[in-house]
Design a protein around this ligand. Structure first.
Ligand SMILES: Nc1ncnc2c1ncn2[C@@H]1O[C@H](COP(=O)(O)OP(=O)(O)OP(=O)(O)O)[C@@H](O)[C@H]1O
Ligand SMILES: Cc1ncsc1CCO
Ligand SMILES: [Mg+2]
Length: 246
């Protein structure tokens, strides 16, 4: 941990969610074929707008008007590989926030090379699970202004000079595919309305974790949990956040 962890209150999280719902930012997601649907639905649940174009000939035009870009390396294709440098150019030229989700980077030299290319851009937020973040550690250590967002039972958010721990969520979140990928998109959505990347990520994961806790109380198993998670995220308000943030 690079700094003592800061605390977050329900009003801060509610304020960031309210700004997303009011401004309806578009988040451009280059993401894997498994998680596309749940990622788009989770963005819609918070009032953001997903765009998912991946063709290298159109991806720059579509991403150019977005508020943030997500690059997720799961099920990477040769088309996706060619789209990545185009998205990096758009992010650089327009100063758009960029979130990297290094899915299974520990398994694939191609993904490691692509993650390293993304990390040449300064100020990237990287959201991954513990295995992914550990594999990427040397590249993260070299990257300029990077925010590390490591999810699991307790989420750790570590950037230059700020750190948050988020102890919300439910084990059912590991029983539905793509919920980590969707969390990365929520980090991007919150970053469009909150210039502090650590605060944006902490708010996104707090909201998502609390929605997970609420959904777990309504679900009969992983299938209905996924449905209830979307409903709970869409229905979150400051009172529901405060009730679980203590
Ligand atoms: N044991 C747990 N208890 C509570 N919440 C959890 C637990 N494990 C993960 N989460 C939550 O689930 C969400 C997804 O995190 P996770 O680390 O499982 O992502 P991931 O491994 O990338 O998932 P996927 O590959 O399925 O997309 C985060 O919001 C995290 O806080
Ligand atoms: C299962 C799976 N395989 C590649 S991406 C993905 C979604 C969860 O990361
Ligand atoms: Mg993942």
């Amino acid at each position: 941990m690079s700094a003592a962890s800061a605390s977050l209150d329900a009003a801060q999280v509610a304020s960031i969610l309210a700004r997303v719902a009011e401004r309806r930012p578009r988040v451009h997601c280059l993401t894997n074929t498994v998680a596309q649907n749940v990622t788009a639905n989770m963005l819609l649940a918070v009032g953001a707008i997903p765009s998912m174009a991946s063709h290298p000939e159109e991806v720059a035009a579509v991403a150019a008007g977005a508020g943030a870009i997500l690059i997720n390396l799961g099920t990477i294709s040769s088309e996706g590989e060619r789209a990545i440098p185009k998205l990096l150019d758009v992010a650089r030229e327009r100063g758009l926030p960029l979130v990297l989700d290094p899915v299974f980077v520990e398994l694939s030299p191609l993904r490691m090379r692509l993650a390293q290319a993304v990390l040449r851009l300064p100020g990237v937020s990287v959201r991954g699970n513990a295995a992914e973040m550990a594999a990427l550690d040397p590249a993260l250590a070299r990257a300029q202004g990077v925010l590390r967002v490591t999810t699991g039972r307790i989420d750790r958010i570590e950037g230059a000079g700020s750190a948050y721990l988020v102890a919300h969520g439910h084990a059912l979140m590991t029983r539905v595919t793509g919920l980590g990928c969707a969390s990365s998109a929520l980090v991007a959505a919150c970053r469009t309305v909150e210039p502090d990347p650590a605060l944006a990520a902490a708010a996104a994961l707090t909201a998502y974790g609390i929605a997970g806790e609420i959904a777990a109380g309504r679900a009969a198993g992983p299938g209905s949990f996924a449905m209830h998670l979307i409903d709970a995220l869409a229905g979150l308000d400051e009172a529901a956040l405060a009730a679980r943030m203590g």
